[in-house]
Design a protein around this ligand. Structure first.
Ligand SMILES: NC(=O)c1ccc[n+]([C@@H]2O[C@H](COP(=O)([O-])OP(=O)(O)OC[C@H]3O[C@@H](n4cnc5c(N)ncnc54)[C@H](OP(=O)(O)O)[C@@H]3O)[C@@H](O)[C@H]2O)c1
Length: 257
């Protein structure tokens, strides 16, 4: 994979390119990783992002997963792509690197759902115990059933998970390096709450075609104020796929008097 920006280096060391910044105690770094077609679609005609992807995209996805403490995903994506959320089993070398970084052997998978309408016998629950993040207003019988196969966290009191409470619960659980893999509605909620620190955006060299297609963000109205400025940290390329890493620009220094 070659580095287009910043210029001057030829081959990308993906682990270095995507390493998380230092996260101070009690804080988090919330990174999202999503893919879009050239014409801005997050979903292909079959209702999944699978046909937008390719080997280079899957390589980046694997690196991002190996670096994270937790992979957060909306229930809609799990229902559309259940096998993508089987438990993750990194190899011995990755486990060793994670241990030296103070991380558990594998990232946790955390599924966000208000309804808890999930197939609790499906691939994400088969040989691992994921987390389920739901809201205080969720049905108690479903919470009890989910607790048999998953660690359930409650993110806020309403019927929807409050994204700020979601992040607080993950930090409290010792999982501050967060990778959100979407989908559009979960990422829309997180973005509307202005919690996104980094967006890893893959542009797939494909046209999805006209028609009603989700963008990478959906759901609640966007950020207050004008469009948010992001900083391009790098741009990589392989097989016509572009991998852009955008970060939140540093907050302006407090004025000194
Ligand atoms: N292009 C990409 O990179 C990409 C990435 C991921 C997914 N996708 C595609 O996107 C499609 C799914 O889209 P989607 O918008 O439905 O995905 P989604 O955000 O994964 O799922 C939406 C569901 O997640 C739960 N959810 C999200 N935010 C919540 C909140 N704040 N509180 C409580 N529950 C919350 C709800 O589940 P309940 O209904 O259970 O309450 C909601 O119905 C699939 O076709 C998938 O393949 C594309």
């Amino acid at each position: 994979m070659r580095i287009l920006i910043p210029a001057g280096q030829a081959e990308a060391d993906l682990t270095r390119e995507y390493s998380y910044p230092e996260v101070p105690p009690g804080q988090r770094w919330l990174r999202a990783n999503v893919i879009t077609s050239v014409d801005g679609a997050a979903v292909d005609a079959a209702g999944s992002s699978r046909d937008l992807s390719g080997p280079a995209d899957r390589t980046v996805l694997g690196v991002l997963r190996r670096l994270a403490d937790v992979i957060v995903v909306g229930a809609g994506t799990v229902r559309a792509e259940p096998t993508a959320y089987r438990g993750i089993r990194p190899g011995a070398d990755v486990q060793q690197r994670r241990a030296s970084a103070g991380q558990a052997p594998a990232p946790k998978i955390a599924i966000v759902t208000g309804s808890l309408d999930l197939d609790l016998t499906g691939p994400p629950f088969q040989d691992t115990r994921p987390m389920i993040i739901t809201a205080g207003g969720a049905r108690l019988d479903r919470i009890a059933r989910a607790r048999e196969v998953a660690d359930v966290l409650i993110g806020g009191d309403g019927t929807e998970v409050d994204p700020a409470a979601l992040v607080t619960e993950l930090v409290r659980a010792g999982l501050p390096r967060i990778l959100c893999e979407g989908g559009p509605r979960l990422l829309g909620t997180i973005t509307a709450a202005d919690l996104l620190d980094e967006l890893c955006l893959t542009v797939s060299p494909r046209l999805a075609g006209a028609g009603e297609r989700a963008r990478i963000l959906a759901g609640p109205a966007g950020l207050p104020g004008p469009p948010r400025q992001l900083r391009l940290a790098h741009l990589l390329e392989e097989d016509g796929f572009l991998f852009a890493r955008y970060t939140r620009p540093p907050s302006p220094a407090a004025p000194t008097t």
